[in-house]
Design a protein around this ligand. Structure first.
Ligand code: SF4
Length: 460
């Protein structure tokens, strides 16, 4: 069994490593969608895109019914704030698509897989404002409004470019200024900058352009069109901006011309360098005016229909009848009376949600593994659950940890150090990854796994 440090494969997902130019793409991406289902070993898999992670209670109820009637009774939350349904029966694709259309979850068949939009999930909830953090009385940005408008624009075929040419991995990031979405390393980033303004850039650092916040969604669409133009100009089939070599990447000057032609005023931001922020911690989130939200995460990213329905009952009966799915496999339930928040949080904790940043399950994830994925060398979810139930390495400072059934490491975290637990066939290899290399790898049997993971999570 080798202990040689190995580079991570290109993941082309949020938080992946940072190659200056990525692999040559000889085929289209294989990302599943609501219509293009992935044939897994445990049945078909559908990915339901939720721009900004936004759901009404009614839509969330529809997803629960589909999971219960056509799937395996679970809902997986993804690293982009989407929902996946697994174990779908043969031949149910048409019925599922019809249910999604009826509830506004499949607004355009053609554009389904390009609706990849992540937005700061606590925007407007905790009183954060773009320039100065939480300032009483100051107006927050409205990145949820941006997400809705951007989704409509993506589906409208109105950009003068066929945006369906975008890969299913191309990510729009809408950040309210705190830097949580910037940390996901989107392809096109909008970042609120206060006084009704926003920055737009390719990737997450400048040069960028300043536009009026009201124009930001249109600017993002035109930036995606500019990416496609740059890709075509160099004959590339890159899926993401960072896969293009530096000299081939889309030009901010040409984007400025494109905005001007569309009647959007902009000014240069030569050194745009948005902050990097943290995801919402599990627990109550106090907002202005006695209104509260609850932030919870799904254990290993998966909820039963019963857990999901509990969250939507809280949202429907006590909240503002909406839910936000976060890119950290969690839910935010906004609009709750502050005095009821502790009791509601306890109810969610009792149902198995992660509600405390000190929990060993906080920032822990796993891929599908065996038996759902034929490539997996282990039942990584069961092994992860056994380790985490042990309770070692609890604490908000513990590093994120991720179990993978094979070297593809689907859905692994990024943006900072994390513990990579990789199945080897006769045990696991445990190492701390920083995006390009790993350190202090150990190979252990399943019996020694909990201790090895706990030690790695507390590596400083
Ligand atoms: S990392 Fe490997 S085992 Fe896990 S879901 Fe991806 S392909 Fe399957």
């Amino acid at each position: 069994m080798s202990t040689t440090p190995a580079p991570l494969p290109d993941r082309s997902g949020p938080g992946a490593g940072a190659p200056s130019a990525g692999p040559v793409r000889e085929r289209g991406d294989a990302c599943p969608g609501a219509l293009r289902l992935h044939a897994a070993d445990d049945g078909a898999l559908a990915r339901i895109r939720l721009p900004g992670g936004l759901l009404t209670v009614r839509q969330a109820g529809a997803l629960a019914r589909i999971a219960e009637e056509s799937g395996d009774g679970h809902l997986d939350l993804t690293s982009r704030g989407n929902v996946q349904l697994r174990g779908l029966a043969d031949g149910c694709g048409g019925t599922v698509a019809g249910q999604l259309r009826r509830h506004g979850l499949l607004p355009s068949d053609r554009h389904d897989r390009i609706r990849n939009v992540a937005a700061s999930p606590l925007c407007g909830v905790d009183g954060w404002t773009p320039d100065s953090g939480p300032v009483p009385g100051a107006a927050p940005a409205d990145v949820q409004g941006w997400a809705r408008e951007l989704d409509e624009l993506l589906c409208s075929d109105d950009a003068g470019t066929d945006l369906t040419e975008l890969s299913g991995r191309f990510l729009f990031g809408l950040d309210d200024g705190r830097g949580d979405i910037v940390a996901l390393r989107p392809d096109v980033t909008l970042i609120a900058s206060g006084a009704g303004q926003a920055g737009v850039c390719f990737g997450t650092t400048g040069p960028g352009l300043r536009v009026a916040a009201a124009d930001a969604p249109r600017a993002a669409v035109l930036a995606a069109a500019e990416f496609l133009a740059a890709r075509e100009a160099c004959g590339s089939t890159a899926w993401r901006v960072r896969e293009l070599a530096p000299g081939q990447r889309p030009s901010i000057a040409r984007l400025a011309d494109r905005l001007a032609a569309a009647g959007i005023s902009c000014t240069p931001l030569p050194g745009l360098r948005p902050p990097l922020g943290e995801p919402p911690a599990p627990g109550p989130v106090t907002g202005p005016g006695g209104v509260c939200a609850l932030s919870v995460t799904a254990p290993l990213g998966r909820l039963t229909v019963a857990q999901w329905r509990l969250a939507l009952r809280v949202a429907g009966e006590k909240g503002d009848r909406t839910l936000r799915v976060t890119p950290w496999r969690g839910l935010v339930v906004p609009g709750l009376p502050a005095q009821e928040a502790p009791g509601l949080l306890a109810e969610l904790a009792g149902a198995g949600f992660v509600t405390d940043a000190d929990s060993a399950w906080h920032r822990a994830g796993a891929c599908a593994g065996r038996p759902g994925c034929a490539k997996s060398l282990a039942d990584v979810r069961a092994d992860a659950a056994a380790c985490l139930a042990d309770g070692q390495a609890a604490g908000a400072a513990a590093l994120p940890v991720y179990w993978s059934g094979c070297e593809r490491r689907c859905g692994h975290p990024g943006g900072g150090p994390w513990v990579d637990v990789l199945a080897t066939g006769d045990g696991y290899r445990v190492a701390v990854q920083d995006g390009r290399r790993d350190t202090a790898p150990r190979t252990v049997t399943t019996a020694g796994l909990a201790g090895a993971v706990a030690a790695a999570r507390t590596t400083t």
